[in-house]
Ligand binder design. Structure first.
Ligand code: PAF
Length: 275
């Protein structure tokens, strides 16, 4: 696997490499990332991973400093899965001067749900992803559905700014007990690991109720929050939304998604299930 850390080296290395497929990550790779790498290989000739813990998408009281950095282990996993190229800039290479220009996603899409609890998060995500696209110049890029709102924001950014990149979504990868794989799961204490799949179960119960014809979304959401918080979680939201734009559904809307974010001990877990 070829590794570059500067913008110029990366552009030079990725010339004439056929159809390039990018999988952006912040490292600390788990099986969910590896599934994305495997899927990426089906969408082009050269799979490029990036590892960059992007300060811009962390709020002032969030876990940027604690975010796990496991570069050597990540490289070994990427090599093993056959990734051709890794772009791993440090902060000075990625942001050679303070980043004064940003992508500001529509607040109607980026200021709700995650954006309401993490102000500026999607501005940071959109800015770094646009920049990664300009550096790697991929033909396609893969993102996991676990970060459902991120996927929507990035799809819309790509479409509205006419970026020549195909956005490919990948299903959430789960542990056998249903827990969505996430780098932040590493912060769960052993007893929290047993409790953690409850968020997924709460969301799937709402999904099943909706499939069974129950459209009292407010009651379903309230019951899920009460269940989680009754067991010591601190829930930010459980919400039934339209898949397309994550707005509150109206009567005829059928393509729905149930999203949730809740803190279990220190880690804040997010998950979602499509209806
Ligand atoms: O999903 C992530 O890991 C990050 O938000 C991303 C897309 C790599 C941007 O920093």
């Amino acid at each position: 696997m070829q590794i570059t850390s500067t913008i110029a080296d990366t552009r030079a290395a990725l010339k004439h490499r056929g159809r390039v497929v990018l999988v952006p990550t912040m490292g600390n790779l788990h099986d969910g990332h590896i599934a994305l790498m495997r899927e990426a290989a089906k969408h082009g000739d050269t799979v490029v991973a990036s590892i960059f813990v992007n300060r811009l998408q962390f709020g002032p009281r969030e876990d940027f400093d604690e975010y796990p950095r496991t570069f050597a282990a990540d490289c070994a996993r990427l090599e093993a899965v056959g990734v051709a190229h890794l772009f791993a800039p440090d902060e000075a290479a990625m942001y050679p001067q303070p980043q004064r220009y940003h992508v500001d996603p529509d607040p109607a899409q980026a200021g709700i749900l995650e954006g309401a609890f993490r102000p500026g998060h999607f501005r940071g995500v959109a800015t770094v992803v646009l920049k990664l696209f300009h550096i790697v110049r991929p033909d396609a890029a893969l993102f996991g559905k676990k970060d459902y709102q991120q996927l929507m924001v990035l799809r819309n950014m790509t479409r509205e700014l006419a970026l020549p990149v195909e956005i490919v979504a990948h299903e959430t990868v789960r542990a056998e007990n249903g827990l969505a794989l996430s780098s932040r799961n590493g912060f769960l204490a052993p007893e929290e690991r047993i409790e953690a799949p409850r968020l997924y179960r709460a969301l799937t119960r709402i999904r099943d109720a909706i499939r069974g014809g129950d459209r009292d979304f407010a009651r379903l959401e309230g019951e899920a929050v009460a269940e989680l918080d009754g067991r010591g979680w601190k829930t930010d939201y459980v919400a039934v939304r339209r898949q397309a734009d994550l707005q509150t559904p109206s009567d005829g809307d059928e393509a729905l998604v149930v999203l949730g974010a809740s803190r279990l001990g220190q880690p804040r877990l997010i998950d979602n299930v499509e209806v």
